[in-house]
Design a protein. Sequence first.
Length: 731
Amino acid sequence: VRVIQGMVSGLERLGTSKDETRYAVTLEPRLALLDRSHQNAIYQDMSVPQVVEKILRERHGMRGQDFLFSLTREYPRREQVMQYGENDLHFITRLLGEVGIWFRFTTDTRLNIDVVEFYDSQQGYEKGLTLPSVPPSGQHSQGVDSVWEMESHHNVVQKAVSTRDYNYRQATEDMNARVDATGGDATTYGDAYHWADNYLTAGTSHDRNPAPESGAFYARIRHERYLNGQTKTRAFTSCPVLSPGQVLKVTGGYEVADVFAQGVVVTAMHSHARRDEDFGVRFDGIPDSTDFCFRPAPGSRPVMAGTLPARVTSTTENDIYGHIDKDGRYRINMLFDRDNWETGFESLWVRQSRPYAGDTYGLHLPLLAGTEVAIGFEDGNPDRPYIAGVLHDSAHGDHVTIRNYKRNVLLTPANNKIRLDDERGKEHIKVSTEYGGKSQLNLGHLVDSEKQQRGEGFELRTDSWGAIRAQKGIFISADGQAKAQGQVLEMQPAVSNLGEAREQMTSISGDAQKATANPADLQAQITLLEQQLTDLKKSVLLMSAPDGVALTSGQHLQVSAGQNLIATAGKNADVSVVKNLFIGVGNALSVFVRKLGIRLIANQGPVQVQAQNDLMALLARKEISIVSTEDEIQILAKKKITLNGGGSYITLDANAIEAATLGDYRTRAGFYDRQQKANKPEDFPSVAPVVAEPASSGNNQQEKTDKDEDVPGAGPAGPEATAPASYFLFS
């Protein structure tokens, strides 16, 4: 006699009479009570058997003697398994069915408890039961258990199963698998293709025992499940010890089909007995085959429609940066999850869906802990979550509301900002960062923090250092180019102005050369304009403005050129210095005036003109005046002075005074006297020695020394006159 242990899960009172009261009692294994527990939970880093054991032990108080795992495979740990809206019984049977684990119930007569046993292969079948084929009758079956009314149903099932999945961690890996568990059964037909069984590796298709939870593994489990429907059996028996999971062989004559003679695995049974009817069992089964094992149909997996709310987490409290891994993934805390996880480990690493993503391009704005996200699920699979979107909430308000609905804002946690305002007639863009005070690029209608206009156009500003750098050249222009309808380096106005300046310099330089003054270095100016500035052929800086350019400094302003410094003005050039002006020239100083002459005036202090180591020549076509309005005039010469007017002359030297004329010599004086001879020696001011020219630097290789140049003279000051090193020329 078979002892059945269980728990009364239902009691019905069907009726009462004078003779009896009839009751209906529902007796179920304790495992059946799991369908009363509906849960939403997360399980991490656990295999399917471990998840099932955790639920049995922690949620339902079962102990080791209440269940038994007898598995032939070692199942891998899954990163995350999610239970959503499922009762515990449906959840564990779904997980077990997906990997082909089946279970049956036995009785522990010592502890008087029912035990659930889990198996994943034919080794879990209970063999050894053989019954004869004898129909029930008073003449044949008295006291002997037998089998009768045996039926077998045969169907054409799928020949093979193909499966494919996608693992973004190895995005280019081949994830196809195809399995035929029969090895070529001719009575099968068709290929069943299944997508997204949620595996990480394809596995080996021809292996009879592929790696658990690989693509080939799932394909084989599915094909074995199809083969469970190829041959189905049904029969009746009077055997009370028959139970699911047993292999029953039937003996008898021709009425016993081969499938019963070879053995059938009992997969389901229904027992019945009444006062007027013997005990009987109707059972279903499948063939006991070495090609396949019984594989229970998994329960339906919940299809996740829409998204679920969650929050981004971090291992650092009040983390000011995004907590991500090497692949840019996040950990999240599902808001339905009631378990107490270690902070920052509430889920597996989850990808984020982004509007732009690629190997050499993409957009990623890191999310901080506490940010609300909407979690979507690939193909509705609860075990394949991803961040579908990011949401504002009452704790993390939106930055664009009815108060500023005309603006578009990109704002980072450190207040780096891109703001685009679409208000018609006041359009503007702002790009800013807080480092070093504040650095900004403002375009269009410029406003302050109160939205009051403070300008228009563009502004590039910083409270720290600034630099503008362009290796090929920079062109800065105030010349108009309406609606940007032109080339970026369109510089015709600037080049035209420089061309006019060149023509002006050419004209004046030619006049200077005719007047025996040094001409300008025109070739350098031509080269600069045509070979360097135009179209920024070289690394140059060109600045242009039609109405003026001003440079000002509160302290110093320096202009330096490694070679030529060129300045031209169409009208006037004014230089005003409050204190001292120094002009230093290494070779020659040539000043040429075409029309109105030169005026050198010192309101206070002396005027000194020195030719320290060479001659000085003054030449005028007309009168030369030397006037002292309040004091004397001294003309000193260490050797000799000659005054010559029209050929008459007076010569003064250390030993004689000689006066000569071809005409009259008149002396007018109120008193004329002769005294002893005398002289008046004077101390001449010291002059600086010749300054040696420094060695030429790389920037001055094209310059010439005084000896190399042909400096025109200032005029015929005498037969031995040579060109002065410094001179003024009046024209």
